[in-house]
Every structure is written in C-alpha cells, then in structure tokens.
Design a binder for this molecule. Structure first.
Ligand code: CAA
Length: 291
C-alpha cells in the first residue's frame, strides 16, 4: 500500500519531531493531542526548528513553507481515521497507549498500519490489544528527531512482512536509517543506553564524581556529544526511570535496578530540561549542576 497521510499522536518532544520530518518528506501529517495548547506550541516549535534548518541551508524556504502547510492538528482521535500510517508518540505509559488505541481503532481503515514510538514497552503486548496485531509495529525515533538518523524498527510476534516493508520504505523516504530489533524490553538502543545513564547516576550517588566531572569524563573520555547526566536531562528523567523499570521488571535481573537518586529526582519533579531542572538547573543563563 502507498502511504501518503500520516497520523501522529502526541505533541510532545518526540511527536513534534516526527511530524516535522514526515512533513518535510512530503507526507500529509495530522497531529493529535488531548491538550490544544500543546498542539499550538508544537506547531510553533516545528516552525522554529525548520527556520533553523533554512538558516543553515539544510532546506529551502519553499520546502519549509510547503512542509508547514502539510501539517494539520486535531484534538479528536477520530480525525486520524483517513491516515495510512499512525505513529503513536504519547506518554510512555502502557495504560495511556492502550486507551488511545482502543479509542482510535474503530475509526481506522482496515489497511492502516498502526505503530508506536514506545522506547521500551512490548510491541507484541500493545498489538495484541488492538484489532490488527499483524499491521502493528514499533517505530522508534531518536531525540532530536530532525537530527538523529536512526529509527529502530521492531516487529511484534504477529507483524506481517508487508507491514515491515512498508515501514522500512517510510524510514528511507524520511532519509533515515533503520536498525531492526527484536521485541524484548527496551529493544537495542535503550537496553544499552539506559543502564549506562543509570550507572552514571550511581556514580553520582556514591560520590565517585560530581555532575560536572562525570559528564566531562564521558564527553572527553569516550567522545560522546553529551555527558550521560546532560543526556538524561535531555531525554527526561521520568522517561529514563520508566525505561529502567521496564528493564528491571521485564528481564527480572537486579543489574537493572533504578538508582534511588534517579527516583528521588523524579519524585521532586526535577525531570530535566523540560522541567527547568534536573541534574542541571536550566533556569538561569547557563546550566548549573544541582550536585
Ligand atoms: N530540529 C532541527 N535541527 C536541530 C534540532 C531540532 N530540534 N536540534 C539541533 N538541531 C541541529 C542544529 O541546527 C545543528 O545543525 P548543523 O549541524 O547544521 O549546524 C545541529 O543539530 C547541532 O546542533 P547544535 O549546534 O545546536 O548543538 P550540538 O552540536 O551541541 O548538538 C545534539 C546537539 C545534536 C543534540 C548533540 O548534542 C547530540 O547528538 N546529543 C546526543 C543526542 C542523543 O544521544 N540522542 C539519543 C537520545 S536516546 C533516544 O532518543 C531514545 C530514547 O528512547 C530515549
């Protein structure tokens, strides 16, 4: 089947990046969120991010304007009914995703491919609660979506080959590269990345280093573009904790236990950049370490 119209659920940092790259690749994009203000803010942010790409001569002004004109928004899931492909990028909580799929599915065309940008939840389990497990896939983008070239593609146990191939074609049209992962907790990227971030928090918790020395050590010592604590703030500490819990519960191994200090930051509401404070305080001109 040809995919021309893409529905994106969730106007958060992943949803707006996904809408951005889909619109630039020529897809008609319908963005949905329960929060109307979040939709307005997402469209504004996409515009600003595209302006940055125009300024750096990555895209032309005409490309930008045409892409922005291809994005529409709705607060109603039923309006995603004509989409050929739906990418769900709502909050990383299984009950939220289940409720969205339950409300959406009766409005979809039978051939519509349903995907989730989940970074860790079982694709097989999410798919099993819909009417189309064979047309369900994991479609996992990296943050910031317009910059990162990888998309992890995850088949559920029932996903058919046609669905997988159609998603591979979409990744190519987005000018990104797919890595295929089996459906086990946190797939490939987060199975490796999150224990590293969690270990960095243990190193902080045990006083082996402070926020600055840990990030400096990993940036300069391993050539990572961001230190692990800076990256955790960028991803969101609530997301990091949720993924560690999925690894801990799903693989039943104590090596994945979330660091109590990570839990404490999340309980404080210090969720990273989006909250203005995490391992760094972002409320001033320069980020200041909080430990
Ligand atoms: N939209 C469009 N362009 C953007 C952008 C956005 N949202 N954010 C950054 N850019 C562009 C900039 O315009 C710039 O473009 P040029 O190369 O053409 O100049 C480029 O990206 C680099 O940006 P900056 O100069 O502002 O900043 P930087 O050099 O410090 O790079 C970064 C920023 C790309 C985020 C870099 O620090 C980086 O790669 N960090 C690691 C990111 C990472 O690991 N992401 C994966 C997280 S894990 C994940 O996402 C999975 C999960 O499930 C949790």
């Amino acid at each position: 089947m040809t995919i021309e119209r893409v529905g994106v659920i969730g106007a958060g940092q992943m949803g707006n990046g996904i809408a951005h790259v889909c619109a630039l690749a020529g897809y008609d994009v319908v963005m949905n969120d329960v929060n109307g203000d979040a939709l307005t803010a997402a469209v504004e942010l996409i515009g600003r991010n595209m302006d940055r790409q125009v300024a750096r001569e990555k895209i032309s002004q005409e490309d930008r304007d045409a892409a922005m004109a291809r994005i529409s928004t709705t607060g109603t899931l039923a309006e995603l009914g004509q989409a050929d492909l739906v990418i769900e990028a709502a909050t990383e909580r299984e009950a939220v995703k289940d409720a969205i799929f339950a409300e959406l599915v009766p409005h979809l065309k039978p051939e519509t491919i349903l995907t989730s940008n989940t970074s860790s939840i079982s694709i097989t389990r999410l798919a099993s609660k819909t009417d189309r497990p064979e047309k369900f896939m994991g479609f996992h983008f990296m943050n910031p979506v317009p910059v990162m070239s990888l998309v992890e593609l995850i088949r559920g146990i029932a996903t058919d080959e046609e669905t997988f191939k159609a998603c591979q074609d979409v990744v190519e049209r987005l000018d990104k590269t797919a890595a295929t992962a089996e459906d086990f907790p946190a797939f490939i990227v987060n199975r490796i990345l999150m224990p590293m971030i969690n270990e960095a928090v243990y190193v902080l918790y045990e006083g082996v280093g402070n926020v600055k020395s840990i990030d400096k050590a990993m940036k300069l010592g391993t050539n990572h573009p961001m230190g692990p604590l800076e990256l955790a703030d960028f991803i969101g500490l609530d997301t990091c904790l949720a993924i560690m819990n999925v690894l801990h519960d799903g693989l039943a191994d104590t090596k994945y236990r979330p660091c109590p200090l990570l839990t404490k930051y999340v309980e404080a509401g210090w969720l990273g950049r989006k909250a203005g404070r995490g391992f760094y305080d972002y409320r001033g001109d320069e980020p200041v370490p909080t430990r």
